[in-house]
Design a protein around this ligand. Structure first.
Ligand code: AHM
Ligand code: MG
Length: 337
């Protein structure tokens, strides 16, 4: 138990003290990320005042339009994580693994991140977020390659996100539950505001982009159809729907009051040779780890996300995560056909 109001830095150090062999390197990585998130929170809140909205006129490796803020926030993350505590980085916004410049000492951690998830929301002043995942570099590897990142989500030592909404909130797991820290701009610190957050097992709220409905597989048609049927249908209850188009905001809502978030596989993606919309290394694994640590469930509708053996840095997967009983139902519809 930590006292509400404990700073993120104090929290990290108090946790570090529990491990006699701890070198402090892992704590430093978390501190580096917290600093980057503070800088990104300041940039997002200034928005149009500093001319950071709109497109950068380039595409990322996945052929998606890059926003100015995708590039700026990626640079902020790289700068913060180039302090000698990491071995290499990988980002949704970079084609290849980022190897640190030669003069920077090498640490033992690999960090993957989506520097600004939901970045299209920036232009309309709606919530965005930074997502990160930390794994260990294989023993003895000093210049990691993409192959060294190909570890299933179960190997994550920490994961988190920072939501830039009405307030900036850092949500963190190191595998011992989920804690939330709200940025107090007056003192420039993330302060512990919620400890050991748990997702209710049941919910009456779903989040899915219904504009893709005609492309969904039959089990997903069935599940959402039953939700929409309301009290008169087999579920016997009315459901509410939300779609922020920012996974960070959706998962944060689910951690706060329950719900299910779905970005399913569909026939349009299949025809285009895609294996899903969201990225395993930057979105699905870290969010899956957080959701599981909060007592929820994270699946592709067929298998546990965290057990997928990655084969590509930018691999995409279908995502179904949130309230346990609801995710179980969706998985059941897909696997017991
Ligand atoms: P991004 O990383 O390029 O911002 O894309 C991921 C986002 C998620 O945050 C969100 O759930 C989804 O894409 C929104 O998709 P859609 O365009 O179908 O609304
Ligand atoms: Mg993203």
């Amino acid at each position: 138990m930590h006292q509400i109001g404990t700073t993120l830095t104090q929290f990290i150090l108090e946790e570090q003290r529990k491990y006699s062999g701890a070198t402090g390197e892992f704590s430093c990585v978390l501190n580096d990320i917290a600093l980057a998130c503070k800088k990104i929170a300041a940039l997002t809140s200034k928005g149009d005042l500093i001319g950071v909205l709109g497109s950068a006129g380039s595409e990322n490796v996945q052929g998606e339009e890059q926003k100015k803020m995708d590039i700026i926030t990626n640079d902020v993350m790289i700068e913060a994580l180039s302090r000698g505590h990491t071995a290499a980085l990988a980002s949704e916004e970079m084609d290849e693994v980022y190897n640190l410049p030669k003069h920077i000492p090498r640490g033992h951690y690999l960090v993957t991140f989506d520097p600004l998830d939901g970045s299209s929301n920036m232009d309309v002043n709606v919530s965005v977020g930074t997502i990160f995942s930390i794994i260990k570099a294989p023993e003895g590897v000093t210049n990691p390659t993409a192959a060294d990142f190909m570890q299933p989500g179960t190997t994550q030592v920490a994961a988190g996100y920072c939501l830039y909404g009405p307030s900036a909130i850092m949500v963190l797991t190191t595998g011992k539950g989920v804690n939330m820290f709200t940025l107090d701009k007056d003192c420039g610190e993330f302060l512990l505001t919620r400890e050991d957050v748990k997702i209710p097992a049941d919910t009456k709220e779903f989040a899915i982009n219904v504009s893709n409905q005609r492309y969904w597989e039959p089990p997903m048609q069935r599940y959402i159809g039953e939700c929409l049927a309301g009290v008169e249908g087999v579920r016997g209850k009315d459901f509410n729907m939300r779609w922020v188009a920012s996974m960070v905001a959706e998962i944060h809502r689910i951690l706060t009051r329950g719900g299910i978030f779905i970005y399913p596989m569909d026939s349009k993606m299949k025809a285009a040779g895609k294996t899903g919309k969201l990225r395993l290394m930057y979105e699905a694994n870290p969010m899956g780890f957080i959701v599981e640590q909060a007592g929820g469930m994270a699946s592709t509708a067929y298998e546990r996300i965290m057990e997928i053996q990655p084969s590509d840095l930018h691999q995409r997967v279908p995502v179904v995560m949130g309230s346990r009983n609801e995710v179980e139902l969706v998985v059941g519809y897909h696997t017991n056909r």
